[in-house]
Write a protein that binds this ligand. Structure first.
Ligand SMILES: Cc1cc2nc3c(=O)[nH]c(=O)nc-3n(C[C@H](O)[C@H](O)[C@H](O)COP(=O)(O)O)c2cc1C
Length: 175
């Protein structure tokens, strides 16, 4: 079974991005070994910490080294990606070859009408710099997110569910 790591660029309790990944994990759990990687406890990167890598970072490195693919769902903060995501990628980038050719699928969810499109461009640029293999055959932007999840943060929008299915099915075929 393929192992996929799902990473949310937000750990807000009612995060639309975390909820999107939760929906994907639930839907695909029979077909793939898909696991959420909690990045909320990853310390801010500092080269001094590299002499004794924090255990949370070691765990992330281990999970990433064992997986065939990564699905990132990110919010857009000030037209770019949130610092927690950049921080994780900075940590991972320091491990020789870890991200090289690693397949990544990028999703964004936002209450805005452009659905985090600018953050996706920024994230794709960063993943390119890191030598990752960016899944680009299909795009997935979840716009107007506040209308697509219920008050318990379950995805309820049929069109979005259909788009997720097409996107993830195609992504899984590519890895
Ligand atoms: C610091 C900050 C900056 C933001 N900048 C943008 C932005 O540039 N574009 C956008 O669409 N939404 C922006 N937002 C709104 C987020 O898209 C919104 O809070 C979203 O729900 C966050 O993702 P989450 O639900 O996964 O936590 C910003 C939010 C914060 C906190």
């Amino acid at each position: 079974m393929k192992k996929i790591i799902a990473i949310s660029g937000s750990f807000r309790i009612n995060s639309y991005n975390a909820a999107t990944l939760k929906y994907i994990i639930e839907k695909y759990k029979e077909n793939i070994n898909i696991k959420h990687l909690d990045i909320s406890t990853i310390p801010m990167f500092c080269e001094d910490l590299e002499y004794n890598i924090p255990s949370e970072v070691k765990k992330a490195i281990e999970e990433i080294s064992e997986c065939e693919g990564i699905i990132i769902s990110t919010p857009e903060y000030n037209q770019t990606i949130p610092p927690v995501l950049k921080n994780l990628l900075d940590w991972l980038s320091r491990q020789d070859g870890l991200l090289n050719e690693k397949s990544v699928a990028i999703i964004s969810a936002s209450p805005s009408f452009i659905g985090g499109a600018r953050a996706q461009v920024e994230l794709k640029k960063l993943c390119f710099v890191l030598g990752m293999k960016i899944f680009n055959k299909k795009q997935l932007y979840i716009s107007n997110a506040s209308n697509k999840f219920d008050d318990k943060n379950n995805l309820i929008d049929k069109e979005t569910k259909d788009s997720i299915k097409k996107f993830i099915d195609e992504y899984l075929k590519s890895i």
